[in-house]
Design a protein around this ligand. Sequence first.
Ligand SMILES: Nc1ncnc2c1ncn2[C@@H]1O[C@H](COP(=O)(O)OP(=O)(O)OP(=O)(O)O)[C@@H](O)[C@H]1O
Ligand SMILES: [Mg+2]
Length: 450
Amino acid sequence: MKRRILIVDDETGIRDSLSIGLEREGCEVAEAPDAEGALSVAGAFHPDLALVDVRLPGRDGLWVLQHLREAGVPVVMISGNATLREAVEAVKQGAFDFLEKPLSIDKVLVTIHRALDYERIKTRVAILSEKAGPAEPVGNSPVWSQALDTAERVAPTDAAVLLIGESGTGKELVAGWIHAHSARAEGAFVPVNMAAMPETLIESELFGHEKGAFTGAAATRKGKFELAAGGTLFLDEIGELPVALQPKLLRALESGEIQRLGGEGTRKTDARIIAATNRDLAAAVAAGKFREDLFFRLNVIPIRLPPLRDRGDDARLLADIFLENFCKRHRRPLMRWTPEARDLLRRARWPGNVRELKNLCERLAILHEGDIPAAVVEDMLSFPAQSGTVGGAAEGELRAKLDKVEADILRETLAACGGNHTTAAQRLGISRSQLYRKLERLGIKTELTG
Ligand SMILES: Nc1ncnc2c1ncn2[C@@H]1O[C@H](COP(=O)(O)OP(=O)(O)OP(=O)(O)O)[C@@H](O)[C@H]1O
Ligand SMILES: [Mg+2]
């Protein structure tokens, strides 16, 4: 398969020589001279990787990096002598690596291959670890069971579902579960996040476009509606859908027909729609930010996913399952919660809901040893518990202890991986940029390799 590489540099000479070199190696190449151009080309071209100059006219390369990373595109920075500091900063912010000018095409190719390999492995690890986790939504509390009962009842139908819940309450998980328990389970589950894309791209993402529909539309591309044919289209963060696009979505839903951008004629679409929101859509309707007709079309079966703090003992149940799974996944000895820690799990406010709990369990599995006291949990919470606080004076001491454990693990892992950051990060189950941040925070000095 041809690799698609996006080159972002304001110097025509650099773009030309890279293009020639990469095309000779069988890559498909697109170019952009500045930051905004980079994003609009990326939206249409869907690169496998981007080479981005640190210094660009207007918004700089770090800005491009941030947006491309959010879109899941791996980035290698290009740096001149004067921008080395920024290049290192870029790596900390998630760039795979940087290349120094003058560029040698061999070095560029090696780095691209490494970056793409790394992405491939990362995806595979992510898929495997997803499988290792609970495939089923877990929960016993009445509020949760009620939500899941509704999901179960609606799953086999083709009715539109609106999932409503705070961040991290399991909207995407439940959407996937409904799909898996529907007659469309063999079809694709296609998520589109309305908040993760600039307005200009959402339309082409949803409906697709014909070649040449707009600058940068180098090839015809199917929209998510088409990709979800026979399956389920998951419209995530639907409240963020720009007002200008709402009539178009409504038309597609009502007529069952879509039109590609720049295309002639319509195509049938039969995707089942599940939408999700963490905002109060009814309030958005009242405020004129969301069309009422579209709201009714999506809100056929509303399902409210309760925040974790309202789910009683579910927090403890989930905590046990997550902790055990993460200990196994990271090959760590099994550990248990002390009764005080369990109690704290139940009382905590969990602004990040299940996601926050899950992250906490993973950190504990990696960093902690032996039974887990309440104070350690308290220290990791993003928000203190509602009452009966633990810690206080002991907190600084705890942080220092945890830091030491963490530093030891990092050093050991790095040593075991021969100093290779990429391998070490993989083994720790964190991204390379997370690893850099940790090393920096803990003051661990290493060579900048791998
Ligand atoms: N009931 C549950 N059982 C097991 N895992 C859960 C449950 N609810 C959520 N999770 C896990 O918590 C994490 C967050 O869930 P998910 O991404 O579905 O939340 P979300 O509501 O879509 O959040 P956001 O609004 O931030 O997108 C995921 O890793 C998911 O697998
Ligand atoms: Mg989500």
